[in-house]
Design a protein around this ligand. Sequence first.
Ligand SMILES: Nc1ncnc2c1ncn2[C@@H]1O[C@H](COP(=O)(O)OP(=O)(O)OP(=O)(O)O)[C@@H](O)[C@H]1O
Length: 824
Amino acid sequence: MTSFQSTLGEDAGIAEELAESQQSISIAEFFEKNKHMLGFDSGARGLVTAVKEAVDNALDAAEESGILPDIYVEIQEAGDYYRLIVEDNGPGLTKESLPKVFGKLLYGSRFHAREQSRGQQGIGISAAVLYAQLTSGKPAKITSRTQGSEEAEYFELIVDTDNNEPEISVEETTTWDRPHGTRIELEMEANMRARQQLHDYIKHTAVVNPHARLELREPQEHFKFERATDQLPEETEEIRPHPHGVELGTVMKMLAATDSQTVSGFVQEEFTRVGKKTAESIIDEFRDRHYGREMRWRPPASHEAVDLHAAVEDATANKGADATAAFADAVAEAVADADRIAHHELVAAVESAAEAVEDDHGTTFGDTVRENAVEAVWLELIDAVEADDSDESEGDVDSRLVADLYDLADDATSTRKDDAVIDAFADRLAAKFEDELEGGDEDDGNVRHRLTHKRLRDHVDRAADLTEEYDDVSFGETARENVTDAIWDVMATVPDDPPLVRELDGDRDATSNLVDAMRGTDIMAPPTRCLAPISEDLITAGLEKEFDADFYASATRDAGVSGGDPFIVEAGIAYGGDLPAEGTGEVMRFANRVPLVYQRGACATTDVVKSIGWRNYGLDQPGGSGLPNGPVVIMVHVASTNVPFTSESKDAVANVPEIEDEIELAIREAARELKSYLNKRRSMQQRRKKQNVLGKILPEMAEKVAEVTGREEPDIDDAIARIMNNVLVERHTEANGDGTAVSVVVENNSSTNESLEVTDIVSAEPRNLSDGATVVEMDGEWFVKWEPEVSSDDEAALEYEIPDDATFDLDVKGVESEKLTVKQ
Ligand SMILES: Nc1ncnc2c1ncn2[C@@H]1O[C@H](COP(=O)(O)OP(=O)(O)OP(=O)(O)O)[C@@H](O)[C@H]1O
């Protein structure tokens, strides 16, 4: 015992003393001490984070109001400090909300909204104000003008950290030349050591927000990023949570708050994608978990000595012989007609038999008669009655239940299992069902054979353990699981009404069953109108805008669900061109259109990129893992109504398996295109090499052959085209009486069919064109265009005439240059 502990017992007042020093901490005070959590851990980083918070907000606000964003960022040196100015053309803020937005942490419009936005927590910009006031002692200066108002509001304020409320030092109206928008001015201790990250943030923001105009003026450089499209991202809509991703605590809170009385109403009202039918499925799943299922036994076969008719007759007193016989007939028939029957199904069969007989015979069959009939039949069915004529001793293994369970177990286990083993197992399992008659939560035991999946599994385990022990065989995990599932599958969901919402409210176990039931039900993926992916076309456009590469590919996946929130992953790849060939490729990470510039190593995105075998896609990857080398940029965008970041500073995406899987699939989709591009490029390079060699050797050979044979030199181009399986386009001219006949012949020596676009540019007006040709005249030149489809090993000809002689120029498109030979 430490001395401190030893004094504890003696001094009864110590707890009170300690209690006096306890006090609540304001959230602002907390973050004042833990700035790093919000991305303000150093002067260099603080400046980038402040720019990011202000620009993200500006983009969110403008887009939400349907305004094409126009954002100006300026960083000025101000003595020992830096001054950051961010101006936007958004909707502006009202006089009432402005001080809270900038002077109160955890105040925002997005925390409770299930809708994609850059901001999530309502901390960002007020944390920047807090950081500025802590490091420079200066208040934030904010100007804001709302749409349609003549004047702007001007505030100077700080965050009062004692009570997390804005402390306003100046409040006045002013004029501002922007028609609407917000201007933020913050002074802070900072440096420009993170200039690269700042530039990356702005540049990458431009890549994924091609609809935004961005300008950055910093002490040394000035950048302008013009918008590439006037198309705002698709408008998003808020959605309710999806049943597959909500946690128990959330559902408990929702149950306490809902106006719905029934579980069916609750799930339909509070969740997305739940209509009446899905609600029914959820409730069935809930019943299975909450009440368990009832075993459905096989009705007796005709050869079995089970007389249900007699059992009903014996159990029915004072109803007259005819009515009793009709009742017994109806019950026995209903049971015999069923494939299998559970206790509640028997109750329903007896009910309808009783009603039918009541109608026909004018006798009442009250509750007691019905109950007696159910009991008598059920006990026969589950073998709980010792038949008078039975010559089997008590506890005989040849009971109906054993036979039934034998068949189920036999079907569900491997064929290698011995009959005797299955029989012994079925016998022990049947004994467990018999035990239920004494156990269970009813006075007369669990006669109905109502079991939860877990209890069923316990019985299977026990029977399997005993079989292993006494029969010296193995009854493994898979066999146990299969047998449990096979029995569970034949069991029936009970018809009991689920508890009302007010009964569920506060009942942790029952609510947990409901959560499991929601997760266990097939439910359509959430609607994606709450998300605004960039789209494949715009990813490519964004990459083309900022990177001069030879190849671009992009992929947008379908939506998935994680934690009740829908998400979409997109990927893009740029390769070759001016991208640096040395060193590792670049990975650009985005979440809800925001570039992530810090904590690359802690991000699920980077982990996935590293885990991919890039050699399979034609890239160099030393050691077969890690980032690929070479002139490549890989971009990944995770869009979600709630991106799971590793911390409040929103630098890295957490390792959530379903998101990682989608990241991988998106990258692989784009990488497959890269692979076929690189394969093609490689084969083209080899082709070119071969063609170059032929181009050197063949003329020499031709010369020699001509010399030896004394004949004219053969045509080299034709020969190369044929050896290389190229498409050969060749013009022949021949003077005829009226002028010159021109024939452009396409000879397809390749193994594939080709679609070409052939244009012959002629300096004289062509006439008598063959079918399919078009002519356009421009400045004394005639463009004779023709789009032939030429099958492999086939040829086609474009024919026309010109009055006299002329100059020609052939242009051929549609076939890679390496596979084409053009003879003018
Ligand atoms: N430039 C702006 N124009 C209009 N509204 C703004 C602007 N900046 C902030 N807001 C409003 O202020 C709220 C708070 O902004 P803040 O940056 O503190 O949090 P957030 O963006 O919601 O979330 P996060 O903490 O994840 O950044 C926003 O939700 C938005 O409603």
